[in-house]
Design a protein. Sequence first.
Length: 471
Amino acid sequence: MNNSRRDLLKFAGISAAAAAVTGCSAVAGGASNTASDTQTAAGKLLGKHQVVIIGGGWGGLTVAKELKKIDSKFDVTIIEKNESFMSCPFSNANLGGLDGVNLSMLTHDYAQAVERNGYSMLQTSVTGIDRVNKVVHTCKGAVGYDILVLAPGIAYNYKEQFPTWSDDKIAKARRLAPGALIPGAEHIVLERMVKNMDDGDVIITVPSGKFRCPPAPFERASMIANYMKKEGIEGKVIILNETASIAKGAAFKESWNEVNNGMVEHRDNCRIIDVDFDKKEITYGQIVYKDEDDTEGVKTTKTIKYSVFNLIPHNMSNPVIEMSGVATTPDAFMKVKMATSAEKPVSFQTQSDASVYAVGDVVGHAIPPSGQTAIWSGKECAKEIAHVLHGKSYSVASSLPYKSANVCYSMVNGNPEEGIMVNHEFMVAGPVIGSKGSVPKGDEANNKFRSTGLGKATRDWYRGAMRDLFN
Ligand SMILES: Cc1cc2nc3c(=O)[nH]c(=O)nc-3n(C[C@H](O)[C@H](O)[C@H](O)COP(=O)(O)OP(=O)(O)OC[C@H]3O[C@@H](n4cnc5c(N)ncnc54)[C@H](O)[C@@H]3O)c2cc1C
């Protein structure tokens, strides 16, 4: 690879961007740009709001904006731990080194959204929820509510996946092999690792169970391969998938075969046994099945070296959900159980508490955990809450079925820029919202899933989503 180019990347831009996105401890005592943040000592009562939303991500920002659009007199506040917004969507395009894509395209200043949309925002971390007294406890004090919306996104479940790992080893995994599925500094760390890498392999793991944005690890593989090719870095991108399932599978495989020429290698049914982060070595078990009737398979244990490791751990609902004490599903992800009734067969109200709603990746509906879905659920949830505050009733079922509820694009090539897509229809499916997905051909004339049209649509979708959240 071109050395002067790589050295430039090592020092360019990263530290400025890192300063823009900080973790909870750094912001706990920091200043906020809002009306409600008038007192800063922990334990004080900071006041009460009609609607309090926990989480200023894709779901939470949408609920707040929609409520204020429906009735500007609603008193709405968001509690968010990060100082600024960072998008997970399009972060893979940044790893891919696509033209004009950089960290500043992924980050946004919350002050703009507060100013334009009229809600308030308290920048601090939620530490507890008292549903009896309708109070949210934070690092800066307690906030009262009439209606609470839970939109905290996901957390990693290292403990479930690696029960024998010590807290120190898990901390090392977070530092040296960041999952990069959660907004914040881990996207910056992974970018720095990829852009500083020497020749060698990049390993990406894909967890079993429900996880955020199922196509994301596969898009990441395509984009990192694109970057390595562009920069002349020798090596492969190897995907160690705990299952055999690949979201948009036929479309990704088409591009790995035809665009990446064997540079992306997908391995089915691989379970990480151990990682030596100092030696940069992964030991994993793989089960190879002869055919569909083979239930036993042949088990092998392998060790591979890596240059960059993106260990995407098992996912679960953010601990805010457990803090709230609302009922969750018995699986390891702990999705929020949603209310259902004859008048409102599907809802974003929680089953446990008529004053508490949930949106985004944590919901117990059978819909994909995506930003697009978080925006849709945020809009529907806002309608439900607005009707309650106006003394009326609204049923989410009245908006279903919805044919293009989740249109999700993935970038698969940088030169030319090409994308693929999946389209989900949402419908009422018993007590929850269900979905049915299809992956259309983007270039029907050439019978290909990928197309430059879908590459452009990926960029357009991202721009539109940012406008939705921030304008
Ligand atoms: C690499 C990648 C690519 C993706 N690509 C796409 C795509 O192309 N299209 C698409 O539709 N989706 C995509 N997604 C999925 C999308 O990012 C998520 O589904 C979406 O962010 C979910 O929204 P949310 O509101 O549930 O959670 P988030 O957006 O994560 O928001 C949760 C917020 O809660 C805050 N929070 C958490 N705990 C606390 C606390 N204790 N106190 C205060 N605040 C707290 C967090 O800081 C965060 O800001 C992608 C995801 C990844 C990782």
